[in-house]
Write a protein that binds this ligand. Structure first.
Ligand SMILES: NC(=O)c1ccc[n+]([C@@H]2O[C@H](COP(=O)([O-])OP(=O)(O)OC[C@H]3O[C@@H](n4cnc5c(N)ncnc54)[C@H](OP(=O)(O)O)[C@@H]3O)[C@@H](O)[C@H]2O)c1
Length: 237
């Protein structure tokens, strides 16, 4: 991604999951970075809070609805997806926002000719060997992990530049700017703050080394020898 679009306007970035822990950190990071920030939420009650947090535009919609996903992605240049199911959602049905929701979002992004799509996924998703932490995620929330895997596959096959982050156990707390990322199969394990995940998610479309990559991401000095050195570039420099 460059700093401006073909017509010279600033890039429009959609944050899906903007009211969530990671999504909120993403919105904070995008503030005053020369991009138009559009946030998606299912509830209009979140409009004012999202505006206050830095959203230039708020779309109210549900990613299970294809038309809502199309509205949310209209005229966007970048989609950052931090949507996710709650543990309770696991018992409500067999469709999850992690799967069908991300796929609807992806279709909208492709139809809108967006340049980049970034998804927050989880350790253990996919066929590569994973750490014990990834296996624990697979054991406790298998349908959600499978839904994420389906979305990952669709994203990798779509005609759009992408980056997927398979995160370790998400925590609160501040940004360290010291995360470890590695290609799938590196078996990374450990926690990572939502703020640290947000930084790499925001940076990915502006970081050439992150294009069309899937990364495991944690903050754990014990796995430093397995991690890649990436010069993350933020929008706006
Ligand atoms: N918890 C962990 O340890 C862990 C580990 C690895 C990966 N992850 C993944 O990391 C991601 C971020 O997690 P988080 O804890 O920061 O998220 P979160 O706080 O649970 O937020 C989830 C977001 O998803 C949105 N959402 C849910 N269903 C939706 C739908 N049908 N349509 C549109 N939006 C919908 C919600 O928006 P509204 O309610 O405003 O609509 C909310 O903003 C998730 O994909 C999660 O699975 C989590």
């Amino acid at each position: 991604m460059s700093g401006s679009t073909d017509d010279g306007s600033q890039p429009r970035v959609l944050v899906a999951g903007a009211t969530g822990g990671t999504g909120g950190e993403i919105v904070d990071l995008l503030d005053r970075r020369g991009v138009t920030v559009r946030c998606l939420t299912r509830s209009s009650a979140n409009r004012a809070a999202l505006r206050e947090r830095g959203a230039d535009e708020v779309v109210v919609g549900d990613l299970f609805d294809v038309d809502d996903a199309a509205r949310a992605t209209e005229d966007v240049d970048v989609v950052l997806s931090a949507v996710g199911s709650t543990v309770v959602d696991r018992f409500r049905g067999d469709e999850f926002v992690d799967g069908v929701g991300n796929r609807n979002l992806l279709s909208g992004a492709v139809d809108a000719d967006a340049e980049a799509f970034v998804m927050v996924s989880a350790l253990g998703v996919g066929d590569e060997p994973s750490s014990v932490l990834g296996s624990v995620f697979n054991l406790f929330i298998p349908p959600i992990q499978r839904a994420k895997a389906e979305a990952e596959t669709a994203i990798r096959e779509a005609p759009i530049s992408h980056t997927i982050f398979r995160a370790g156990a998400l925590t609160g707390g501040s940004r360290s700017d010291d995360v470890h990322v590695a290609r799938p199969g590196a078996r990374l394990w450990g926690p990572v703050s939502r703020a640290d995940v947000a930084r790499v998610v925001v940076a990915a479309p502006w970081t050439p080394e992150a294009a069309d990559e899937t990364f495991e991401v944690v903050r754990n000095p014990l796995v430093a020898d397995r991690s890649l050195a990436i010069d993350w570039q933020m929008p706006g420099g």
